[in-house]
Design a protein around this ligand. Sequence first.
Ligand code: 4AD
Ligand code: MG
Length: 476
Amino acid sequence: MRRSVKELLQSKNYQQEVAVKGWVRTFRSNRFIALNDGSTINSIQCVVDFENTDETLLKRINTGAAVSVKGVLAESLGRGQSVEIKVTDLEILGDSNPDEYPIQPKKHSFEFLRENAHLRIRTNTFGAVMRVRSTLSFAVHKYFQENGFNYVNTPIITGSDAEGAGEMFHVTNFEANKAPQTENGEVDYTQDFFGKETNLTVSGQLEAETYAMALGKVYTFGPTFRAENSNTTRHLAEFWMIEPEVAFNDLDANMDLSEDFIKSVISYVLEHCKDDLAFLDQRLTQEEKSKPQAQRSDMSLLEKLQFVVENNFKRVSYTEAIDILRNCKPNKKKKFQYIINEWGADLQSEHERFLVEKHFKCPVILFDYPATIKAFYMRLNEDGKTVRAMDVLFPGIGEIVGGSQREERLDVLQEKMIALGIDEKELWWYLDTRKFGTAVHSGFGLGFERLVQFTTGMGNIRDVIPFPRTPQNAEF
Ligand code: 4AD
Ligand code: MG
């Protein structure tokens, strides 16, 4: 029976006959194959009896080739491994031409690997990142399922713009330039597939709220789309968002949930991805060495993860944060690109990172933001100018979570929508939740890729999703 490399490496059952299939990582001295099958970051050494092996077969053992190996498991004398396979049978399942195969056993730049995203998964780094990503997504479901949440699949095609930021991809069946027009010369969407203007979702929140008002605790975990034209290391046009929504939770309970949730999934990965994280920890330490001293992190990846799990997130109001930022050195010395002068300013990632990395030196939850810089559905505070919003800010990442207590009062919500020019007719179903059995409720959205970035220490969000979608790029 075929066994996985992971299983065999843990086996102490020497002298048994084993069979394994995988891809050649390296082949040294015409003798030692490092074979990897994706079950673990570690490869198993397969020792070929080259004197009794046909030369043409030996020539086909190239990096990237798929092979089937049968042999005897033996204790290994080599460094860094406990077992190896003494090969008795070797079959090449699929050749890999060494003159053409792009992934050679040497260091490739992430840029080069992005152009080969279909093959980059065959490297140690991407194997580790994607196994951690998979484990993290399991931990997300595990956390919510064990805590009484129901998984809701909200629509990917919607007619609403939840965030009101206008960063939507349109969904239409009209051919470009051939869209029928109304008498006023506008596109006549009544003739389109859905009979109305539709787009890819920017958030499942509004639909999730309707479910929270019946199932109590719900969460979404699905693809999310934003047509932001930002080429940063933290933005994707297609990403995955996790959005819990809980009836009867106020903002404090919402902050507690976000903190407990993040700590829980990171703990899970620390326990279940030890080999991958150890590798990524080493990788990051190497990368840090190439940076100037001042920019180096004083914690390793594993230390950072442990730190997040073990320490309380600092909770700070927006107003406090603005005071800190206004009086901090980089602001006074005009080192920030955006100088903070007044209360009401929107915070940029440079400010968020200053608060987290330099000032508080721990994850921070900012709350009670000015109403003017946040979405329409957030609950207005008694002061009439701030809303019950919260952002969780992480080192190296900035904003990882955005959430709020929702405006549950129908009249206040309607007033807000009128002020912002949001058509009540478009969101009649959303307003119904405020008409029939309305209640305090809260939720948040966590950008899954930003969580994977933090957990793996990868600097660019394009390297933590299999096939990134960004401006001018939808290859694969
Ligand atoms: O802060 P945002 O825009 O919040 C919402 O969409 C709310 N409806 C969530 C809710 O309350 N249910 O987005 C939430 C998170 C951000 O904090 C960020 O982590 C991530 O989604 N995010 C992105 N991740 C990658 N690429 C992008 N373009 C992202 N935009 C937001
Ligand atoms: Mg946000």
